[in-house]
Design a protein around this ligand. Structure first.
Ligand SMILES: NC(=O)c1ccc[n+]([C@@H]2O[C@H](COP(=O)([O-])OP(=O)(O)OC[C@H]3O[C@@H](n4cnc5c(N)ncnc54)[C@H](OP(=O)(O)O)[C@@H]3O)[C@@H](O)[C@H]2O)c1
Length: 306
């Protein structure tokens, strides 16, 4: 087992390669339950938390950090510009609101959560009704230009994107003045996305894997179970170690103190075993899958570049 490594971004900033996922369910009651498990993670040594307006947990991240006694500047905080704000609020207004909830005057990393813009009734992240794309909205390239401004102002120490394919990164890079430091995407052994990983590496963009465990679809896979036995660790530790070997940051979410500790203590896997895990890839999205109409939250598969 090795201590959590730090990965360097194209700004020179370094972040812990294992962070805590900050998604805490869909209801306001579930969001409010995040403080104790975020606190236990901080006590176990987590110094990187991934949150978003859409998770409804920004204020609970602030509360957990306060209760932990860990100085704010020792915790890497990532939050995200929600898909309903472009064209409604400026990027700076949206970020200022996030900063208030987070109780801080900067975030370590600010991500454009999705390339598409969605109509959302009101400002409640727990809204669960139908959503549709807002047609007359800024393009993601225009929104990126506004994200560059909050970076220059120092309110976001690093900026990046999320759910971006190679196709959409190419479009964004055509006008960007600043290359995103990060692309946060769904990634696990069943969705290895080697082409995207290699493309991002060639542009100096680090990837964060969301849904990094691959849920029970991966954790009960016979190869993963076999390797857990070989290395005397859990299935999740095998999968998370595979990500780190590819230079990919992970943000597993666990509300269980023991599993949180597991996810921080990862083995080093032999090259042959890493190759076998990569061989499980079948391009399967588990968290944000394309629906039966070929759509992903209002965009077609082609628009997403999936
Ligand atoms: N950018 C985006 O669009 C986007 C989308 C989705 C997620 N995310 C981010 O990514 C984070 C993680 O994604 P995710 O929650 O979808 O997937 P995940 O972290 O891979 O999986 C979470 C599930 O795995 C369980 N788990 C965690 N550690 C485990 C272990 N060692 N052994 C067995 N089970 C374990 C958790 O249960 P317990 O809590 O009971 O341990 C929970 O049910 C989110 O919290 C969020 O921060 C970003």
């Amino acid at each position: 087992m090795s201590p959590v490594p730090k990965f360097k971004l194209n700004t020179g900033a370094e972040l812990p390669a294992v962070g805590l996922g900050g998604w805490s369910g869909v209801t306001a009651e579930q969001h409010a339950k995040a403080v104790p498990w975020m606190l236990s993670a901080l006590k176990s040594g987590y110094r990187h938390i991934d949150t978003a307006w859409g998770y409804g947990t920004e204020k609970y991240v602030a509360e957990a950090i306060k209760q932990s006694g860990v100085p704010r500047e020792e915790v890497w905080i990532t939050t995200k510009l929600p898909w309903n704000h472009p064209g409604i609020l400026t990027v700076e207004q949206s970020l200022d609101d996030s900063l208030k909830r987070l109780g801080t005057d900067y975030v370590d990393l600010y991500l454009l959560h999705w390339p598409q813009v969605i109509d959302w009734p009101g400002e409640d992240p727990a809204y669960q009704g139908d959503i549709k794309v807002r047609e007359s909205a800024p393009t993601f390239s225009e929104t990126w230009a506004a994200m560059e401004e909050v970076y220059v102002k120092g309110k976001a120490k690093n900026i990046g994107v999320s759910n971006f394919s190679i196709q959409n990164l190419e479009k964004l890079l055509a006008t960007a003045k600043i290359v995103p430091a990060m692309n946060q995407v769904e990634m696990h052994p069943l969705l290895a996305q080697e082409e995207l990983r290699a493309y991002c590496a060639s542009k100096g963009i680090v990837i964060t894997a969301y849904s990094p465990t691959g849920y029970s679809n991966t954790l009960t896979n016979p190869l993963i179970v076999e390797l857990a036995g070989k290395y005397k660790v859990s299935a999740a530790q095998i999968v998370l170690a595979w990500h780190l070997s590819r230079g990919v940051v992970v943000v597993p979410k666990s509300s269980n103190a023991e599993r949180q500790k597991e996810n921080l203590n990862l083995p080093t896997l032999e090259a042959e075993d890493l190759a076998r895990i990569s061989g499980l890839d079948r391009g399967q999205r588990l968290c944000n899958a394309v629906d039966e109409k070929g759509m992903v939250s209002g965009w077609t598969r082609e628009q997403m570049g999936w």
